[in-house]
Design a protein around this ligand. Structure first.
Ligand SMILES: C[S@@+](CC[C@H](N)C(=O)[O-])C[C@H]1O[C@@H](n2cnc3c(N)ncnc32)[C@H](O)[C@@H]1O
Length: 195
């Protein structure tokens, strides 16, 4: 499995999401939807070996953790609006105290970034950052437990990076230019496809 985590700095945590204002009142859920598209879709197929993670940090009920498992995902279409509808359903079905499978392949629960990292500590973390070491194609073995971490419109904050440094962390760069998070995911998937 290949894992992607994208922090949603301001993603709305109540289900009354205005699907016509994903980039505004919904706290840039458009970015998360595009990242999900990049992580999981091929032209005529899904990437069944990818798991996408996000934590919504926006008001009024943060943090809400959403995980999308490519192997189990059903019904969702790749467009931004349709993906957002499924994020909305996940938030609607969220219950404190237990993880819910809101729709096939989409899981929602209360979880902090620190807990997510702890739960995945046996994997190899790669923090995508302009200032990192150039990301070279990994070999297949390394990809099977890779957990890539990205910011949305904003980078991770210092305390999150300091927390990650307690684990096996690689800071990796795709170059000096600042790319959209969704584009970074496409590049990482492309590198993996070349193996
Ligand atoms: C739109 S960028 C965030 C803001 C950006 N760092 C800036 O200063 O404008 C979204 C995320 O994509 C990743 N990213 C963007 N460009 C990158 C690059 N050249 N190499 C590695 N990661 C990159 C980082 O994880 C970043 O947090």
């Amino acid at each position: 499995m290949i894992h992607f985590y994208v922090k949603s700095t301001k993603g709305q945590t109540s289900p009354d999401i205005n699907l016509s204002d994903l980039a505004g009142s919904a706290g840039r859920l458009d970015i998360i939807s595009r990242c999900i598209n990049s992580a999981l879709w091929l032209s005529n197929a899904m990437r069944r070996d990818v798991v996408f993670h996000t934590i919504l940090h926006g008001e009024p009920n943060p943090p809400i953790y959403i995980r999308i498992e490519g192997a189990k995902l059903r019904k969702v279409q790749p467009d931004e609006r349709n993906i957002s509808i499924f994020l909305k359903k996940a938030i609607e079905r969220f219950k404190d105290g237990k993880e819910i499978e809101s729709t096939p392949g989409i899981f929602v629960s209360r979880k902090s970034f620190e807990q997510l990292i702890e739960d995945n500590k046996e994997k190899t973390f790669f923090l995508l950052s302009e200032e990192g070491k150039s990301l070279e194609p990994l070999d297949k073995v390394k990809y099977t437990d890779a957990f890539f971490i990205l910011g949305d419109k904003e980078d991770l904050i210092d305390s999150e990076i300091a927390y990650l440094e307690k684990y096996k962390l690689n800071r990796v760069s795709l170059g000096d230019k600042s790319y959209l998070a969704s584009h970074c995911i496409t590049i990482v998937n492309w590198l993996n496809d070349k193996i």
